[in-house]
Design a protein around this ligand. Structure first.
Ligand SMILES: [Zn+2]
Ligand SMILES: [Zn+2]
Length: 279
């Protein structure tokens, strides 16, 4: 659209459920969910899994004064465990707005997160966090602007305990972030396809292969094949496979990525460190 239209997407953590370091996951990476979106001068962070730690180190190395919006899908540990290890959260120069969409009517995101930063889970790190933190619980299907021209829409995902999907739009480009979610038995959820309609980038929970899914029905995750079906139904741009199962080593991921690419050319399996530019 214009010079500020591009969204730059950097994947800091692409694994689901549990960090998975080691020699068999070197190429795809082992950190859990964390994606950086650069929308002109604005920083949006999708989930705060263990990938948030190396991201924080990079921000500190760049001496960047951090003002960011963190959009949390839900509070399962693989999506929040990076927050106490995010270096900038200990700086008084940092300001974070933390958004959550599935805890309204319950205890709310602040009351959910804070205990996980203190004893007995942590050595009372919460009191050492000097950043300005603002917590926001939003209703399902809420839509709002983080900054002028930077829009967020949400949708409900099919996951135990609930989860929120996000669509972030800036300068004519958009990213849909739909993890953790399980497809419905009948196939593509029309509401989800409508939510993701014509998005440039569809980041989708492709945790399982078809064979694995057979024994994991109800666990709240999907497959690359349903990711392809959703991307097609939504007329989406590129499909990004995401939330890789801890049991998938690099060779298994290569095979999954090749199958998805053959079924829908341009599809790609996310890797820690991967960067994509939109718009
Ligand atoms: Zn997860
Ligand atoms: Zn989850």
């Amino acid at each position: 659209m214009d010079s500020v239209g591009a969204i730059t997407v950097r994947f800091w953590g692409t694994r689901g459920s549990l960090p998975t370091p080691g020699p068999t996951t070197l190429r795809y990476g082992g950190n859990t969910c964390c994606v950086e979106l650069r929308c002109g001068p604005h920083l949006v962070i999708l989930d705060a899994g263990s990938g948030l730690r190396p991201f924080g180190l990079a921000l500190q190395n760049a001496r960047e004064r951090v003002q960011a919006d963190i959009l949390l899908t839900h509070a399962h540990l693989d999506h929040i465990c990076g927050l106490p290890f995010f270096g900038p959260i200990y700086s008084c120069h940092t300001a974070l707005r933390i958004w959550s969409g599935h805890l309204t009517g319950a205890r709310g995101i602040e009351a959910t997160l804070r205990p996980s930063w203190n004893a007995p889970f942590m050595p009372d790190l919460g009191t050492a966090m000097r950043a300005t933190l603002a917590f926001h619980d939003v209703e399902t299907a809420a839509a709002w602007s983080l900054h002028p021209g930077l829009h967020v829409a949400t949708t409900r995902l099919n996951h135990p305990g609930g989860a929120t999907g996000y669509r972030v739009s800036w300068g004519g480009a958009s990213v849909c972030y739909l993890t953790d979610t399980e497809h419905f038995p009948g196939g593509v959820d029309p509401a989800l396809a409508e939510f993701a309609a014509h998005t440039d980038l569809l980041i989708y929970d492709t945790c399982y292969t078809d064979a694995e899914y057979e024994t994991r029905v109800g666990w709240g995750h999907s497959t690359w094949r349903h990711g392809v079906a959703l991307a097609n139904a939504a007329h989406a741009g590129r499909l990004v496979l995401f939330h890789h199962d801890p049991g998938h080593d690099d060779d298994a991921m290569d095979a999954i990525a090749a199958e998805a690419e053959a079924a829908r050319p341009g599809s790609i399996a996310a890797k820690d460190g991967m960067v994509l530019s939109l718009g």
